[in-house]
Design a protein around this ligand. Structure first.
Ligand SMILES: NC(=O)c1ccc[n+]([C@@H]2O[C@H](COP(=O)([O-])OP(=O)(O)OC[C@H]3O[C@@H](n4cnc5c(N)ncnc54)[C@H](O)[C@@H]3O)[C@@H](O)[C@H]2O)c1
Ligand SMILES: [Zn+2]
Length: 663
């Protein structure tokens, strides 16, 4: 195809895709859409004479007027995009000496709030950038962070992003598994399209401000300060002096991406001074005084090739999506979870469909929904849940509102293997030298059935297997030996008791339980007294620990510790608490200066906690101190320097710990 035709084809696609997207039913994932825009941009750059008219790249949003159209005082634009550090550096070169703020690029929808003589007069969506929808009533009723009044004369216009917080989104989907929301951004857009606020009352939104104009001009020219003075929750803005500092903040935002309560798809750089930003002016569809740094996508489309039903460690039978490989959120994904049969039904998913796959951080990828069901060929197949267990063929039972399927056969081979693998996992006993495949073989050979069987394995027994040699047998046995120190918290996690989470195990330790047997004997009253443990969790603990009593005895006999470990006890803050109120990060290898012996990092972190510190795992703008041991990697130090975090050698901290009597 020649360039002219391709340009026209891409331009047409963009118009169609945008229209669907801004109506709340996207046909492709954002990353796929962005790739189309990028291709068009590249072709136009190479062939400027073929620029289509109208050029969709010069347009913003889409007309979606459902309420009452309102013309914006000045256009609400898109943002110029960057993906490389050089582009960040170029932005600073364009504005020498100008302070810049870096903030998260929130993934919601933009709103303009207009205040007249101190009162909220109207709230308007971006629309096509020139004209938007009047959503004042919905915003008043449903959006937090929008004050009714501001202390300012004349006309004040605050622009920002309305998002659905992840916690709100999750809570909503938990209550409405039958009609789940696809993602927080779609949910926010859908909410502000409602005809009647009452129908969407459970879907609260949160507004974060990022732009301000005032008439008459207000004296405060710093954007962040001026917004706060007016009482707005601004997006978290960091002032940066140069490109390196900005890049460091961008990196921090990307690292924190999964811990924040809102979706974000990048970071925005913007001139901090309101006058400078206004003076910089605009291009056809973006302001010159701002730049969006886009992060790698966490959502892509692919084909659902098949669905298999997987038996979990608690007997839950869960649908697993087998996908055509797709690169999303930094890795290639071939499997994703489909939750349960209710979710499949609600989302109308069929085998052969093009589906939207999301992945965020360590979370297992999941199928968020079907794209464009209208494109089906008729060859798609219904997903049919099994009636018997795929492993032991016992009939299944349905439990709960979302009709989850369970195999209740405790002798089910698949469950047995899953439980053993779980016992050996890092969060539990951490028997890292025996992988899942070997656990499965040993179980098939009848040597492993319960966790305590690991501790009866001998090198001789392992050597009977053809493919296990002297070296691996020794490593396996060493790894099993080391796991005997597992302790109450991790042993409880390893036993995979339904409804008892890792948090439950940690809270039981902090509440003063000294051993797993003590938990088993506590009775309902003793258990519900612990923070966040309700009657259901208590009942499950009692039922399963009673059933597991003989197994606990076998573990004890095998020399496995089921007692609480030092590091799981609540920190007792020492008098004087030299590190009180400080958030610290510990890096490098730590050793006790009095004995010269190496000290495991978690142990040292516990000591710091007793001195009053809060421990963080990576250096961020919230870190007060980086404590360095031996052999510290350069990257942590550079980062600390950029973020102006105090760097302290472990020697000085040991001195303080000794003086405060912590050690
Ligand atoms: N899947 C699809 O079919 C499809 C179609 C069209 C557009 N899209 C997606 O929509 C986006 C592009 O369009 P766009 O113009 O709406 O967004 P954009 O990426 O150009 O960014 C501009 C918007 O960012 C928002 N924003 C969030 N935080 C901000 C901050 N701190 N400062 C300033 N602005 C901030 C504002 O709402 C602003 O309108 C892309 O992510 C694109 O992938 C997807
Ligand atoms: Zn079974």
């Amino acid at each position: 195809m020649n360039a002219r035709d391709r340009i026209q084809e891409l331009a047409d696609q963009i118009v169609v895709l945008r229209d669907a997207y801004y109506r709340g039913s996207p046909k492709v994932a954002d990353a796929d859409y962005d790739a189309i825009e990028d291709e068009l941009r590249g072709l136009i750059e190479a062939n400027p004479e073929l620029t289509p008219d109208p050029n969709p790249l010069d347009q913003v949003g889409a007309p979606a007027i459902l309420h009452a159209p309102i013309r914006h005082s000045r256009p609400m634009l898109s943002l110029e995009k960057a993906t490389k550090p050089e582009q960040v550096a170029a932005f600073f070169t364009r504005f020498p000496g100008q302070p810049v703020v870096v903030m998260p690029k929130l993934d919601g929808l933009s709103l303009a709030l207009v205040y007249e003589n101190g009162r909220l007069a109207r709230a308007v969506t971006r629309g096509d950038g020139t004209t938007g929808d009047d959503v004042t009533m919905l915003v008043r009723a449903l959006t937090d962070g929008v004050p009714d009044t501001v202390d300012a004369p004349g006309r004040v216009e605050v622009r920002g992003e309305a998002v659905m917080l992840r916690s709100t989104f999750a809570a909503y989907n938990k209550v409405h598994p039958d009609k789940p929301l696809i993602n927080p951004r779609n949910a926010a857009a859908g909410t502000l399209r409602a005809k009647d606020p009452a129908t969407v009352a459970e879907r609260r939104l949160q507004f974060f401000a990022f732009d301000l104009s005032t008439e008459p001009e207000s004296a405060e020219t710093d954007l962040d300060g001026a917004l706060r003075t007016l009482g707005f929750a601004a997006a978290d803005m960091r002032h940066c002096e140069d490109a390196e500092a900005a890049q460091a903040v961008i990196t921090t935002i990307e690292q924190q991406r999964n811990e924040l309560d809102y979706d974000l798809d990048g970071a925005v750089l913007r001139l901090a001074d309101r006058d400078a930003y206004a003076a910089a002016g605009t291009r056809s569809s973006s302001p010159r005084g701002a730049l969006a740094f886009k992060f790698a996508a966490e959502e892509k489309t692919t084909v659902l090739a098949d669905v298999v039903w997987d038996v979990g460690k608690t007997g839950k039978i869960a649908p697993v999506a087998w996908l055509e490989p797709v690169f999303v959120g930094g890795t290639t994904v071939t499997r994703a979870t489909l939750a349960n049969q209710e979710v499949i039904k609600a989302r109308g998913i069929k085998i052969g469909d093009t589906v939207l796959v999301r992945r965020a951080g360590d979370v297992i990828p999941f199928v968020a929904g079907v794209l464009d069901a209208a494109k089906r060929t008729g060859e798609e197949r219904e997903i049919v849940p099994p009636s018997v267990c795929p492993s032991c063929e016992e009939p299944l039972t349905e439990q709960g509102n979302s009709r989850e399927l369970f195999c209740t056969n405790v002798a089910c081979p698949a469950q047995t293997v899953r439980r053993l693998i779980h016992w050996a996992s890092r969060a539990a006993a951490d028997i890292d030298a025996i992988g899942g495949v070997w656990i499965e073989r040993l179980a098939e050979a009848g040597i492993l059935e319960h966790p305590s069987d690991f501790y009866r394995l001998t090198k001789e027994k392992l050597l009977e297997f053809d493919r296990i040699g002297e070296i691996s047998a020794t490593r396996m046995i060493e790894s099993i030996d080391a796991s005997r120190a597992v302790g109450l918290r991790r042993a409880l996690i390893g036993l995979a008791i339904p409804m008892a989470s890792e948090g439950t195990a940690a809270r039981l330790c902090r509440a003063g339980f000294g051993s797993l047997e003590a938990v088993a004997d506590a009775g309902e009253e003793g258990l519900v007294a612990v923070e966040d443990i309700g009657p259901k969790v208590a009942a499950s603990l009692i039922e399963h620990l009673t059933r597991l009593r003989p197994e606990l005895e076998r573990l004890r006999e095998a020399g496995v510790s089921l007692d609480v470990r030092e590091e799981d006890l609540p920190p007792v803050v020492a008098a004087g608490a030299p590190l009180k109120g400080k958030t610290v990060v510990v890096t490098g290898s730590i050793s006790d200066p009095r004995s010269g012996e190496k000290v495991p990092r978690p142990t040292f972190q516990r000591l710091c906690e007793r001195a009053g510190a809060t421990i963080a795992s990576s250096v961020s703008a919230n870190t007060d101190m980086l404590i360095t041991g031996a052999d510290v990697g350069a990257s942590k130090l550079t980062k600390a320097e950029k973020l102006e975090v105090e760097v302290v050698d472990q020697g000085a901290i040991w001195q303080q710990l000794i003086e405060a009597g912590v050690v």
